[in-house]
Write a protein that binds this ligand. Structure first.
Ligand code: AMP
Length: 190
């Protein structure tokens, strides 16, 4: 079973993806995690990625497509996957369609977690105060940029799936348990 999970930064997408991989025995393909791995390697590419990511801007579609293509071919995707943080631009969505067609892979659920912008900023301010789990791209100013980028580049992707009647929206402002219950109800037992 294959899922695309959307949500603005701070929506709890990562937390919910972890529950889904456990429950449905599928893997998570997070482009953000893959890029952070590339940065850890200390390569020249990694250095240029961190400059972009630390500002909250998007990495080029070309780089993203090449890492996704490589991962989607691996055997551990065969039982299913959650695409997390991808596609983030219309161009990536179009290229993903082509890639999936060529590999005869079907996406079963395209789900967005909806969260009010002010709530997102509150959440991130709280995390910053508590000094918990802080990433380089987790400060309030950068978060604001990431939300802007989400609105400019990723909302058109949501519209693209909505126009195809594929988009399922779940209220991400509920408790973590309620959000996961809604996800389980949507997907059902497999
Ligand atoms: P995430 O962990 O999904 O929040 O991603 C962290 C950062 O990685 C983003 O702010 C972008 O700079 C970059 N990134 C992750 N996924 C993509 C993508 N699909 N397209 C472009 N940039 C991405």
């Amino acid at each position: 079973m294959n899922i695309i999970l959307f949500g603005p930064p701070g929506a709890g997408k990562g937390t919910q993806a972890k529950f889904l991989i456990e429950k449905y025995n599928i893997i998570q393909l997070s482009t953000g995690d893959m890029l952070r791995e590339a940065i850890k390697s200390g390569s020249e590419l990694g250095k240029s990625l961190s400059l972009i990511m630390d500002k909250g801007d998007l990495v080029s579609d070309k780089i993203i497509m090449s890492i996704i293509e490589e991962k989607i071919d691996k055997d551990d995707c065969k039982n299913g996957m959650i695409l997390d943080g991808f596609p983030r631009t219309l161009n990536q969505a179009n290229e993903l369609d082509e890639l999936l067609n060529s590999k005869k892979i079907i996406i079963d659920y395209i789900i967005e977690l909806t969260v009010d912008e002010n709530l997102l900023i509150n959440r991130i301010e709280k995390r910053a105060e508590e000094n918990l789990d802080i990433r380089n791209d987790d400060t309030v100013d950068i978060l604001k940029n990431r939300i802007l980028v989400y609105k400019n580049d990723t909302l058109p992707v949501l519209k693209y799936y909505k126009d195809k009647n594929r988009l399922i929206s779940i209220n991400g402002m509920q408790s973590i348990e309620k959000v996961s219950n809604d996800l389980y109800k949507t997907i059902g037992e497999v």
